[in-house]
Design a protein around this ligand. Structure first.
Ligand code: ZN
Length: 323
């Protein structure tokens, strides 16, 4: 950013008093000061907030516009959570339930996390999968998905459309989204992740598993059975483990915990024990290595092994999985 651009940004910060509005201004009008445009963006902001400007202040989310990497549809609204606006309370499968941190109100961010292209039903909760606009570079950022994945996704529009039973995808996936539409947004994201997995994209199975766990929580909170989708999650996450998708050991311990917890919940005690055994083995190997290298710690593996064992000990407790 040049010196003039910095000056414009500083003035915008004074005039608009809102970092997100400044970013929006720069995105729309570029680094040129124009009072008409400043007034216009302020007016738009007032119109966008349902209860006036004050109503918007407690909204923990903000919208950025992204473009579909599969069909190039522009102006898709991607909902991002503002920093430190929500706290997360995790269920046994580490899926968050959100509460607003004052002055922000509580919203169920899971309902809006997945951005869906209404034209081709490409879907992802990760904005980096879309084409985004970089304010600093004033250029379009490419999707992080490989051209091969995008090409395959282009061929599978009809498969995605067959997953959603609605005559109007724009209306169906608009916000506020109901639980059914949110579940289907994650189903589309799983479809995308499985295309990634078929092309051996790193972390694809892990993503499919984690999206399944989001669906499970939405179903559970809606009083519906979550077993089939938990079974999917266990399968995807077990594949992720078998293929060593997670390169970070701490994340891998967490993954093995998840798989063991899922099998316990699905009443497959033998499989649960297998994965508990994996964690135990990881721990004993680390303990051995720590004897030669005092820099090695078992704290992380201990944490997840303890959690997994605790679930096993409490397995007969009623309501263990209710939370
Ligand atoms: Zn599209």
């Amino acid at each position: 950013m040049g010196l003039d651009d910095k000056l414009v940004r500083k003035k915008l910060e004074v005039l608009l008093k809102d970092e997100l509005l400044v970013q929006k201004y720069l995105r729309v009008y570029g680094p040129k000061l124009d009072m008409n445009n400043i007034n216009k963006i302020k007016q738009d902001q007032l119109k966008a907030a349902p209860d006036g400007a004050a109503g918007d202040k407690d909204d923990p989310t903000y919208i950025i516009k992204v473009k579909c990497p599969v069909c190039n549809q522009a102006d898709l609204a991607c909902y991002e959570a503002k920093a430190k606006s929500l706290t997360a309370n995790l269920d046994k499968f580490l899926v968050p339930r959100y509460t607003g941190v004052k002055p922000f109100r509580t919203v169920n961010y899971t309902l809006m996390a997945v951005t869906v292209c209404p034209s081709c039903l490409f879907a992802s909760p990760d904005k980096k999968d879309f084409l985004t606009f970089s304010v600093q570079a004033r250029a379009e950022n490419k999707s992080q998905l490989s051209p091969f994945v995008l090409e395959d996704l282009r061929k599978k529009v009809d498969e995605r459309k067959a997953l959603i039973n609605s005559p109007d995808f724009t209306a169906y996936f608009q916000h506020p989204r109901n639980t059914e539409a949110a579940i289907n947004s994650y189903r589309l994201a799983i479809h995308r992740a499985l295309v990634e997995a078929s092309l051996e994209t790193p972390l694809a199975w892990y993503k499919a598993g984690m999206y399944s766990l989001k669906i499970a929580l939405l179903l559970r909170d809606g009083g519906k059975p979550d077993d089939p989708v938990l079974k999917d999650a266990a399968g995807y996450l077990a594949k992720s483990f078998q293929q060593s998708e997670l390169k970070n050991p701490e994340m891998e311990y967490q993954l093995v915990y998840l798989v063991s917890a899922l099998y316990l919940r699905l009443e497959d005690q033998a499989q649960c024990q297998n994965y508990l055994g994996v964690l135990d083995k990881m721990k004993s190997e680390l303990t051995k290595a720590a004897k030669d290298d005092p820099g090695i710690t078992t704290a992380h593996v201990d944490r997840w092994l303890d959690k997994a064992k605790e679930l096993w000990t409490d397995r007969e407790t009623p309501d263990l999985w209710k939370h």
